[in-house]
Design a protein around this ligand. Sequence first.
Ligand SMILES: [Zn+2]
Length: 98
Amino acid sequence: MKADRLTLVESGGIKKWACLTCPGGCGEVINLSLNPNQRPRWRISEDFWLRPTIHPSVHQKNECGCHFWIKNGQTTWCRGGRPSKPSKGEIDTCYRGK
Ligand SMILES: [Zn+2]
């Protein structure tokens, strides 16, 4: 199984969105707003290898219902938030999108 990918959408040097495919296996694209003026919003940081850490956790409200943290590109499932068919749950690199 391939690692998931996360796309960082930047505009004017400001990170606006983090887009990733749900690691719960439902295939839905999750768009996380990084705009500090909006709620809810997330913070993202990258380590030396560009692996993302996202704060706070991501909770999907669809039928997949997964709830997870991403730390250094590794998905950590919350109690009760682990889907039945999770993907590999690794994000090796942040890609830059426009
Ligand atoms: Zn899902």
